[in-house]
Design a protein. Structure first.
Length: 424
């Protein structure tokens, strides 16, 4: 894969306990490089309201801001402060210097499924690989499960060999242990370990033979992917007693598993999901303010714990995983600037995203909203708002994430420039 030259939740109890039994990952005595960067995508499905935290539209008469909220500022980051969300202020006080906010990001739709595809892949075809699949595939030989999906959307495209889901109820653990056979309608008995080994070796030999006589380039690629997957499966079986891929589905549990997977070099990219609480989650067509506020508090409390856990965990190259990891916080859409008749807010094609951690220049807000609550144009070279610039988009975010890892965005996004000034 081509590269481009780079410009010159939670307490750690589970991980701490696990570290007593898990094998130590050797650290490499060199400075971190773009290829060392890990990613954790925290996807907030349903469409969060950026005016609760990111969009400080207090002077915009066309935007209904929450009663009791006020402008907060830490360093160069302005945010929406509220007494009911103390975790937001404490997060920026602790990690604002390592945070980058993107405001006015366009997703070009108001339908959940289409917006999700655009936010994660840059288009709505459903066949393009998403940002974590591309980033994981770029270093797939270094990891057992390059992109580990704990929850949320996943669009592997033609890079499925680099992507694996744990399942909502521990399906991956059950597949590794063989307990999944119990779900069959008919009694099934799996092979013994010796016979399983014989079968694995037979498949390896057959894959090697097919590779030697592949009839086409596509056949050769499929055979190579199959061989790689066999190797991954074997390595994963050896780890089934060292890692619990289950969890209770909470943000805390998913964050602990994400950090453990990064620490053990199982994965490069992790996707997890926070859908919020209540009956509708983030999709607040009614009672927007009352419902969104506690979800933002829970999200930022969880993000603080995730960052703390990364900060306490040694990296493969740097002192901590936080120095090797970029957390990407996003939702598929925003919400309308004004309340509807039910005190809710409907779907809106402009939203905000946030990066936390390594790989970029933090302590900054890029972009903004105009009087109509549309995104403002940005000069992608400087990151400044400029009439001659371009509206930030999901593609801009994707191009920036790829460029941070020295993956050429032009291979996946035709003519979309990253935000140069934020590249570390």
């Amino acid at each position: 894969m081509g590269t481009m030259k780079r410009r010159t939740f939670l307490q750690g109890s589970a991980l701490t306990a696990g570290a007593l039994t898990l094998p130590l990952v050797p650290r490499v005595a060199r400075a971190a490089e773009p290829g060392d960067l890990n990613y954790i995508f925290v996807f907030n499905s349903g469409g969060y309201d950026p005016t609760r935290v990111f969009a400080t539209e207090f002077d915009n008469r066309n935007v209904d801001m929450e009663s009791g909220s006020e402008l907060g500022s830490v360093g160069n980051i302005d945010f929406v402060d509220h007494a009911a969300r103390p975790s937001v202020r404490s997060f920026f006080e602790s990690y604002g210097d390592r945070s980058l906010v993107l405001n006015g990001m366009l997703v070009r739709s108001i339908a959940h499924d289409i917006c999700t595809m655009i936010a994660m892949t840059g288009n709505s075809s459903g066949t393009s690989p998403d940002w974590p699949a591309v980033l994981a595939s770029d270093r797939r030989d270094q990891f057992i499960l390059p992109h580990l999906v704990l929850g949320g959307p996943s669009y592997p495209g033609d890079l499925g060999v680099a992507v694996a889901r744990t399942g909502q109820s521990g399906q991956l653990d059950e597949l590794l242990s063989g307990e999944a056979l119990a779900a069959s309608d008919m009694a099934v008995t799996g092979p013994s370990r010796p016979y399983e080994g014989v079968m694995d070796r037979y498949l390896e030999r057959r894959a090697a033979a097919r590779a030697d006589y592949a009839a086409s380039a596509l056949g050769a690629q499929l055979t190579a992917d199959f061989s790689h997957t066999l190797d991954q499966a074997g390595r994963l079986k050896d780890m089934q007693y060292l890692v619990d891929f289950g969890g209770d589905g909470s943000l805390t549990s998913a964050s602990e598993l994400a950090v453990e997977a990064l620490r053990m070099r199982i994965a490069r990219c992790i996707t997890l999901q926070y859908s919020g609480g209540g009956a509708t989650g983030w999709d607040t067509h009614g009672d927007n303010d009352d419902q969104q506020s506690p979800m933002w508090e829970t999200l930022f409390s969880g993000l603080s714990g995730l960052v703390q856990l990364l900060e306490r965990t040694p990296g493969a190259v740097e002192d901590s995983l936080l120095d090797e990891t970029c957390i990407v916080v996003l939702s598929e859409m925003g919400r309308t600037p004004q309340l509807n008749a039910f005190n809710g807010k409907d779907h809106w094609p402009y939203t905000s995203a946030m990066l936390v951690g390594a790989g970029f220049n933090g302590d900054r807000v890029i972009g903004g909203f105009d009087d109509s609550y549309y995104g403002l144009p940005v000069d992608t070279t400087t990151g400044d708002i400029a009439d001659s610039g371009e509206i930030l988009s999901a593609e801009t975010l994707g191009a920036t994430l790829l460029a941070m890892a020295d993956v050429d965005p032009d291979e996946y996004l035709n003519g979309i420039a990253p935000i140069d000034s934020v590249l570390a």
